[in-house]
Design a protein around this ligand. Structure first.
Ligand code: HEC
Ligand code: HEC
Length: 288
């Protein structure tokens, strides 16, 4: 049964509900609470009008103030860009080898170069530029194409065997696959290559291999196998290996050839960025 009546103790009306003699009071909301509640409604309506709020099918309501967090970010980026414009210009116009003379500019380049390297280069060369099989270590002083900052700049700009017309070129031929050498000759010259950095190789095979090397390999790798930068031919005598220095890998390299690709960056990165990365790579320890 429901019958509204006044509760004697609190003086408040009941809702009229009663369960087993327990009656429910109908206590009104406090004033301050109600007014706050109404104020939030008014605030919300005002907010919808002045700020971007409601999603539409392909857009959203813009609000009278025209606020946009994206525009703010763009403005901030433009401000940063402007504050850097001078230093980037200086970087583009200073000879790479002379940047070091301006410590402020040099430090700016190294910091920028490090982060650009992490984004663009570390997938292939490793986060510490330590490289891996087929991807050269850029920390050491063993260079395929040259380790002066200008050499490095050129490598990064145009790439190696890339699709850029000024790319660095030079291939390691496939001596067995293309039938330039016999299987035995490839074995012999493998022994010879190993003997350059290891003791105790098969002396007879080494002697035969040495002859093959002089005829077939020295033109690129150099008479004493110390490498040839015109072709990016690695030094074979220093026990630092690009693809791997075990017998099987060397045999495979000679038999099937190698031609790894380093992309060109000229069209993808701003010149000032390539310069920063070049200086950074040069600073890693092996710079010449
Ligand atoms: C897709 C993989 C890849 C990416 C990305 C890449 N490289 Fe390379 N890089 C290579 C390969 C492979 C070589 C070796 C090419 C060869 O066989 O001579 C190389 C060679 C180089 C060399 C020459 C090393 C030497 O001994 O002369 C430099 C310098 C270099 N990379 C710097 C960079 C920088 C800086 C970046 C980022 C802007 C970068 N690379 C991005 C694959 C890559
Ligand atoms: C036309 C030039 C050329 C000739 C000739 C040539 N090479 Fe190469 N060689 C290269 C180049 C370039 C590379 C590096 C390939 C790359 O960067 O992908 C290379 C790489 C190698 C490597 C890999 C080294 C490493 O660190 O992993 C070995 C081993 C090698 N050559 C041995 C030989 C032998 C042995 C011969 C002769 C039978 C020979 N090459 C002839 C250009 C040449």
């Amino acid at each position: 049964m429901s019958k509204v009546e006044k509760d004697e103790i609190s003086g408040t009306d009941t809702t009229g509900h009663e369960w087993d003699g327990i009656k429910e009071l109908d206590t009104p909301m406090p004033r301050w609470w109600l007014w706050t509640f109404y104020a939030t409604i008014v605030w919300a309506i005002g907010y919808w009008i002045v700020m971007p709020a409601w999603p539409l099918i392909s857009d959203h309501t813009r609000g009278m103030l025209g606020y946009s967090s994206r525009a703010n970010v763009e403005q901030e980026l433009a401000a940063v860009e402007e504050s850097r414009a001078d230093v980037l210009k200086a970087l583009r116009e200073t000879e790479l080898a002379e940047v070091k003379d301006n410590q402020e500019l040099y430090q700016f380049a190294l910091t920028g170069g490090r982060s650009h390297f992490a984004v663009n280069c570390s997938q292939c060369h490793g986060s510490g530029a330590q490289g891996g099989p087929g991807f050269p270590n850029l920390n050491d002083d063993d260079w395929l194409w040259g380790g002066s900052v200008d050499d490095i700049y050129q490598t990064i700009q145009y790439g190696i065997r890339s699709d850029h017309e000024d790319t660095r070129v030079g291939n390691m031929p496939a001596f067995l696959k293309d039938e330039i050498l016999e299987r035995d000759q490839v074995s012999d010259v493998t022994e010879y290559v190993l003997s350059l950095s290891q003791e105790g190789r098969d002396a007879e095979a080494v002697a035969r291999g040495k002859e093959v090397f002089a005829n077939e390999c020295a033109s690129c790798h150099g008479e004493n196998a110390k490498g040839g930068r015109d072709f990016g031919a690695p030094n074979l005598a220093d026990a630092i290996w690009f693809y791997g220095g075990d017998k099987e890998t060397i045999y495979k390299t000679i038999a099937n050839g190698r031609a790894n690709v380093m992309p060109a960056w000229e069209q993808r990165l701003d010149d000032a960025v390539i310069r920063q990365i070049s200086l950074y790579v040069h600073s890693l320890g092996g710079g010449e």
